[in-house]
Ligand binder design. Structure first.
Ligand SMILES: [Fe+2]
Length: 220
């Protein structure tokens, strides 16, 4: 695992989603993408009007985004606990509603997996095995540093959510609609973070940053 402040950008837009393969045993090949307890499970049924193989693909996409949001929710609390400095209380209190909203999003995605006939896996081990990024590893730091890193975290999550929305547009518009609603909220929260990093000219302190370390240092 990378050392603190040497983390890669959390997500590579249009990256791992494209390579995701079904873990539901419906004719697709299992790859290194972690399978956890659901590897060989067959979909017993799905929602009417949806083909089983399409449902399996949608479930894999939902699982990927669920894992990402579990991680985001934990990260938001971690930052809530570790920010310091003169702007502590504003940032500390800004993050709790974001955490609550992201937790609610996790529940929606998990229950969509169940609705489609899948078995949502919410164990910590599954999250760690499945994710494609390192832990957020900035500890006690200034509000500006954390907001600079959080800008990049949200950018990665939102880019992957956009990719998931695009992929589900044809597969399952109901799931796409869920992603669209979540994107509106995630993008709003991203703006709350970025408003702290913007100057009068409209430029972000984190402009050009490609890692959490760079984002934190540029904003601090
Ligand atoms: Fe708290």
């Amino acid at each position: 695992m990378a050392a603190p402040y040497l983390l890669p950008l959390r997500a590579l837009p249009a990256g791992h989603l494209v390579e995701t393969t079904s873990r539901w045993g419906l004719g697709k090949t299992e790859t290194g993408y972690a399978s956890a307890m659901t590897a060989t499970q067959k979909l017993p049924y799905t929602t009417p009007g949806l083909e089983l193989d399409a449902a399996a693909d949608v479930i894999d996409i939902l699982d990927d985004r669920m894992v990402s949001l579990v991680d985001l929710a934990l990260t938001l609390k971690h930052i809530h606990w570790n920010v310091i400095g003169p702007h502590f209380i504003g940032v500390h209190e800004m993050l709790d509603p974001q955490h609550a909203a992201v937790q609610a999003m996790v529940d929606v995605l998990a229950e969509r997996i169940a609705t489609l006939g899948g078995s949502p896996n919410g164990t910590p081990g599954h999250v760690v095995r499945t994710r494609s990024w390192d832990d957020y590893s900035i500890g006690r730091e200034s509000t500006d540093a954390h907001l600079g890193a959080l800008d990049l975290v949200y950018a990665g999550v939102i880019a992957d959510h956009r990719g998931a929305q695009t992929k589900t547009a044809d597969l399952d518009p109901v799931t796409e609609d869920i992603f669209l609603g979540q994107l509106a909220e995630l993008e709003l929260f991203h703006w709350f973070v970025r408003a702290h990093l913007e100057n009068a000219g409209g430029h972000l302190a984190t402009e050009g940053a490609t890692s959490l370390k760079e984002g934190a240092e540029a904003a601090d």
